[in-house]
Design a protein. Structure first.
Length: 241
């Protein structure tokens, strides 16, 4: 049997924190509740967490500070909770490596669906290929190797480059559709099964992060190119290993 996913919920609002904890436990998940950065850092070494639900508006150290700290510890998936209108903080959070986000107030069932989707992607069970089948083996491109079975990205020098769940998913989505223009709307739908908002820069932020991992010059990229007015295209020959 697979272990029950353990979710760390960090929110300073006691009512939201406790209601969310009870709801997630009823859905068969293990839950640890903390109210601030200090409690989160005390709880972190006590368990192996599958995912962190992180409110950005916290007393003391902000949620962004916690996100930076978490990324220094591991690539644990992060789902951010943001207040309406917190566009800048949301973008920074995504740049720090958060996998998804929801704006408050939110529907607990939608948050549960997001959590499950991120967990599936992190476990490698929700990564389709161009034929609608699960990807396997290795994908070779521009001197890089993505080992799908082990979820490892290896650079041309043979060193592993760590990827978050969201970065792995985006790269796989692009590699399965090489030399094909994917609009932001298409990528948002493929990655998150939702339509972007009018000011949603999540895809742009994710591509920017992935380019840095691939050492792909953002001003003149050669692997992931920007199509003006269109979206992005993986401009490299992709071979299966």
């Amino acid at each position: 049997m697979e272990p029950i996913p353990h979710i760390l919920v960090l929110d300073d609002d006691r009512e939201i924190r406790e209601l969310l904890g009870k709801f997630l436990e009823k859905q068969g998940l293990r839950v640890t509740l903390v109210r601030d950065a200090r409690e989160a850092k005390r709880a972190w070494p006590l368990a192996r967490y599958s995912l962190v639900v992180l409110d950005l508006m916290l007393p003391g150290e902000s949620g962004l500070d916690v996100a930076r700290w978490l990324r220094a510890q591991s690539n644990v998936p992060i789902v951010m909770l943001t207040a309406m209108g917190e566009e800048t903080d949301r973008i920074i959070g995504l740049e720090l490596g958060a996998d998804d986000y929801m704006a408050k107030p939110f529907n607990p069932r939608e948050l549960l669906a997001r959590i499950r989707a991120v967990l599936r992607r992190a476990q490698g069970t929700d990564v389709p290929n161009g034929n609608g089948e699960e990807a396997g083996g290795s994908l070779l491109f521009a001197g890089w190797v993505l080992e799908a079975a082990r979820r490892r990205l290896v650079n041309p020098q043979g060193a592993e480059v760590p990827l978050t769940g969201g970065e792995y998913e985006l790269l796989t989505t692009l590699l399965e559709r090489p030399n094909r223009v994917l609009t932001r709307d298409m990528l948002m739908d493929l990655l998150h099964n939702r339509q972007p908002g009018p000011f949603d820069r999540a895809i742009d932020v994710a591509v920017s992060r992935l380019r840095r991992k691939l050492e792909d010059d953002g001003r003149n990229p050669s692997v992931i190119k920007t199509v003006r007015g269109g979206g992005y295209v993986l401009s490299a020959t992709v071979e299966r290993g």
